[in-house]
Ligand binder design. Structure first.
Ligand SMILES: C[C@@H](N)C(=O)N[C@H](C)C(=O)O
Ligand SMILES: [Zn+2]
Length: 221
């Protein structure tokens, strides 16, 4: 899959998709012992561990679909808007610094390979999850790159269908993708670990007439 065939998060078609908020609450994954949770993105208030309850149910069904010796490892769910804004503007500024000939618009588009522009971002809706696979001893499987490896540092190997990864990593990505897709999740093709349900990217990819989940304030009122 080339960059040209991938619909990026900066695509204007996403912005016009309506959101019909269904009102589902965020649920705390720290109360779900069936799902392994990693603390590399942890914040004091535990925002990273929250997800819309519908996604939690779907992750439980994903785990049922996996072979007994494989489990999901959840890295990040909900992300407050201020954090998304910080991540996105920092990365766009870094790209402009490293590529002085790029226009602001081009840097915005290129930044959206790794981070969603805040106006369409699914993590701020509790509708996206970054995750990987572990074995029975808790060791992460070889997925070709670490979670959150950017296109620059990974030479593009973070793209889900990048050809230059080992056959073992490809098989592990395929296993993850089959189970996540079967549960209704949609992958962001530039990041093998990023999956969403009910957000605008999901609505676009599934031709749903509207997204189910809009942005949520943090802390929840
Ligand atoms: C930061 C990365 N894990 C991520 O979540 N990227 C997507 C595109 C996002 O910001 O929604
Ligand atoms: Zn993500």
């Amino acid at each position: 899959m080339t960059d040209e065939s991938i619909v990026l998060m900066s695509d204007r078609r996403l912005l016009v998709i309506p959101v019909i908020e269904c009102g589902e609450p965020l649920f705390d994954l720290r109360k779900v012992p069936e799902l392994a949770l990693d603390d590399r993105q942890a914040d004091d208030a535990g925002a990273y561990a929250r997800l819309r309850i519908g996604l939690v149910d779907r992750l439980l069904s994903v785990q049922e679909l996996l072979p007994a010796e494989r489990r999901l490892l959840i890295v990040e769910g909900y992300r407050p808007l201020a954090l998304q804004q910080h991540y996105f503007s920092r990365y766009a500024a870094r790209l402009r610094h490293d590529n002085p000939s790029w226009s602001e618009e081009h840097a915005h588009i290129q930044a959206s390979r790794s981070l969603a522009p805040p106006e369409v971002a699914p993590h701020i809706c509790g509708a996206a999850v970054d995750l990987t696979l572990i074995d029975t001893g808790g060791a992460e499987l070889d997925m070709g790159t670490p979670v959150n490896a950017g296109p620059e540092e990974s030479g593009g190997a973070c793209y889900t269908h990048h050809p230059a990864i080992s056959s073992e990593a490809r098989a592990n990505r395929r296993l993850l993708a089959q189970a996540m897709s079967a549960a209704g999740f949609i992958n962001y093709p530039t990041e093998w670990w990023h999956w969403s349900y009910g957000d605008r990217y999901w609505a676009f990819a599934t031709s749903a007439s509207a997204a189910l989940y809009g942005p949520l304030e943090w802390p929840v009122a």
